[in-house]
Structures are given as C-alpha cells and as structure tokens.
Write a protein that binds this ligand. Structure first.
Ligand SMILES: NC(=O)c1ccc[n+]([C@@H]2O[C@H](COP(=O)([O-])OP(=O)(O)OC[C@H]3O[C@@H](n4cnc5c(N)ncnc54)[C@H](O)[C@@H]3O)[C@@H](O)[C@H]2O)c1
Length: 383
C-alpha cells in the first residue's frame, strides 16, 4: 500500500481521492495515469489517501466526502469511503493572501515551530509514505541555504512559505520515524528547486519531487517545441492563453501568484529551443462559467526551409484538475519506489516528465517526450 497525505483539499485533491476509489471499484479504467499500462511494484489500486489538510474554515473538520460533493455536485456518485477521511487544519502563513476564504492556521495559535512539530507528530500516527502538496499557488522564494531555512522556521515565520513549512514538517517526520518520506510538490513554490530543501531531504533519507505539475497546455507546448527544434525550424514567437473558471484561476488573478506560474511555465522555451523566442505563456484570466474545463489557445509561428513561414494554431478545452490528479497517482507510486531504491534528495528522471520546472535548481527543462524515455529507462521498462 502507498499511504498518502494530501495538503490542500480543493479540486485536485477531490479528483484524486474520488478517481482512486472509482478505479478500485472497477467503475473506471485508469486512463490519465501515465504509467498505468506498465508493471510497477505498486499498483494504482494500492494508492490510498489517508488524510487531507486545509486552511479554509469552511472545510476544516468536514470529511473529504463533503468537500468532494461541493466540487462534483450533488448528482455525482461520490464514493462513501471518503466519509472516513477528515480534513485537518494545516499551516497558513501568507498562503491565504487574496483568497476569498475565511482562513486559519495552526501556527496562529501555537507558533510556527510548534506547528511543524505537531504536523510531524500527526504524521507519525498516520504513517504516510508520500506527502502531496496541492495548496493554492502562493508567493514564495527559495532559501538556498539549510541554516537560513532552519532559522526562519525556528525563529517564527520570516519569509517562510506554507509549502516550505510543510516540507520541513515532512523532514521532521522522517527523522522521528527513522524512515524516508517522499514529498511531491505539484505547485510553483520552489521546493525541488530549493537546494536547502533538497539537502534537508538527503539528510533524512527522503526524496522530494517538483516543482509544479505539468498538465494541460505546457507539456503540449514543450513537445511541439521539441518537434520544431529537431527539424531545425526557427520559432519566431509563441503565444499561449489559458482561461479557466475554477478557484485556482481565481487565485491567479493575484499578480504575485501569477508571476510564480509564469516563471515555471516560461522556462521551457529557452531550455528546449536553445534560444529565447519571444513568448507570452501564462494563465490569462478567470471566467466562472468555464468551470474546471479551461480554454486553451496557442499560436506558434516559425520559419521553415528556404525562408517559408508556417503557423500552428491550437484551440482546446481541457479538464484541469483530473489531468493533475492522474499524474499524482503515479507520483505517489514513484515516491515509494524511489525510497525503496534508496534515492535521496531529488530525482530528475521523475521531475523532468511530471513537472513544469523540474528540480534540482540547475536542471534543464526538456520536452516531455524525451523525458518519458528517460523515466522508462530509470524504471527499467520498455515501451
Ligand atoms: N491541472 C491542474 O489543475 C494543476 C496543474 C499544476 C498545478 N496545479 C496546482 O495545484 C494546486 C491546487 O489546485 P486546485 O485546482 O485543487 O485548487 P483549489 O483552489 O481547488 O484548492 C486549493 C486548496 O488549497 C487550500 N489551501 C490554501 N493554502 C493552504 C495551506 N497553506 N494549507 C492547506 N491548504 C491550503 C485552499 O483553501 C483550497 O481548498 C494549485 O496551486 C494549482 O496551481 C494544478
């Protein structure tokens, strides 16, 4: 079994938990789980969500069943098993800035140092193999230096993001139980890209995957750029729009948060092409009726043989949250496999395929097609 704690009880968390139960019951096939076709030491059915966390007062204390019913609507058959998973109180720090919720966090009552200790103790009880971070996108920076991170946590909250606090709690938990843990960071906060966090995890025989789950238009853009680069076509510009109607898009209307996304998305251009073609790649807006099914438009213009100019246009509607949830199923399994294999720190082969800004900090962003081949090689699998 792969025991999973989920941080952030929103759309993606609900899709993950509901999808896993429906797969277990044989109601749906595991499409959208990239490695479901291959033989891995842990099956998709082995992945179990044991607890989730949030800071929204309207969610804390409820069950995941209640939250999922809000997400999917009353008509949808949300599995009863989710009634057994309670939403626990997490660490807030500045992650509620600009969010339209009434929020509270453990650190407000007992201080940050105690709050990370308390989480680590809760996890000693819950025994997760993997902790998955899918809280709202937050403003954050890397610490780079372990002592600076430790000091910030010990001394209060100066400059600490909620994700860093959670990663630190995972590190403490691993130390307490003397067994490694995998931390999957699916949001833009630099965690696998923060040498301070990677070093901490090495010390605790643990592994961190990140940063920012690669779903929707960004991996598609990466693969198209690879296609053009391999044929030596000169990309003149790239525009990519994303308009969605879920709370994640609403959160991204806060400029600092949007900047975090822009940064993780834009690194693909120079890394894959080898030059920085002019581009506009960022979440562009919020329109409520679109709901979770976002609108994506893309236009790439390039020069071909003998100076001829071609254009690629893409229009798509993509269900946002299930795309990430399917990938998280594999990231949970890979987290446990990496620990079994004694991997410490971070693992580029996993990050390069699953993440928009793959760690470690100096790592290149490669196309997802190339990254998939690397991942298969690491796993010892053939297509
Ligand atoms: N395809 C995708 O949907 C996709 C792809 C890549 C990354 N992501 C990232 O995944 C995250 C989750 O997306 P979502 O659609 O589920 O968003 P959501 O808004 O539905 O859920 C986020 C939840 O996190 C909670 N939260 C905020 N700060 C918290 C904290 N400090 N501790 C615990 N909970 C906290 C919020 O209250 C909310 O319930 C976002 O950051 C998003 O950018 C999503």
């Amino acid at each position: 079994m792969v025991r999973v704690v989920v941080l952030g009880t929103g759309y993606v968390a609900s899709h993950l938990a509901v999808g896993l139960e429906r797969i277990r019951k044989g109601l749906v096939k595991p499409y959208g789980v990239p490695l479901a076709k291959y033989d891995l030491p842990y099956r998709v059915e082995d992945v179990r969500v044991v607890a989730t966390y949030d800071i929204d007062v309207a969610k804390i204390g409820k069950t995941l069943y209640d939250v999922a019913r809000e997400v999917f609507g009353k008509e949808y058959p949300v599995p009863e098993e989710l009634k057994g998973i309670k939403v626990r109180e997490g660490i807030k720090l500045n992650s509620d800035k600009g969010l339209n919720i009434k929020a509270r966090g453990l650190e407000e009552e007992i201080g940050l140092r105690e709050a990370v200790e308390r989480l680590a103790d809760e996890w000693v009880e819950l025994r997760p193999d993997v902790v998955i971070n899918i809280i709202s996108t937050e403003e954050a920076k890397a610490f780079n230096d372990v002592e600076a991170l430790r000091k910030a946590i010990e001394g209060g909250s100066e400059g600490v993001s909620a994700s860093h606090a959670y990663a630190y709690a995972a590190y403490l938990y691993a130390k307490k139980v003397g067994r490694g843990v995998a931390f999957v960071n699916a949001i833009p906060t630099p965690i696998a890209n923060d040498p301070a966090v990677v070093k901490l995890f090495e010390d605790a025989n643990s592994v961190v995957f990140g940063d920012d789950g690669a779903t929707g238009a960004t991996p598609l853009t990466a693969d198209l750029l690879e296609h053009l680069a391999e044929r030596n076509r000169l990309v003149e510009f790239i525009v990519q729009f994303n308009i969605g109607g879920n709370t994640d898009f609403l959160a991204l209307t806060v400029p600092e948060r949007n900047k975090m996304k822009e940064f993780t998305k834009s690194s693909i251009v120079k890394d894959i092409l080898g030059y920085d073609a002019p581009h506009y790649i960022k979440p562009t807006g919020y329109l409520e009726p679109l709901g979770d099914k976002k609108f994506v438009a893309m236009h790439i213009e390039y020069l071909s043989f003998n100076g001829f100019r071609d254009s690629i246009f893409i229009n798509a509607r993509i269900n946002d949250s299930p795309a990430l949830a399917g990938m998280l199923v594999d990231l949970a399994r890979l987290g446990k496999i990496a620990l079994d294999r004694g991997v410490k720190g971070t693992l580029y082969e996993v990050n390069a395929f699953f993440m928009k800004k793959p760690g470690p900090a100096d790592a290149r962003n490669i196309s997802k097609i190339v990254a998939f081949a690397g991942l298969m090689k690491w796993l010892g699998l053939r297509r």
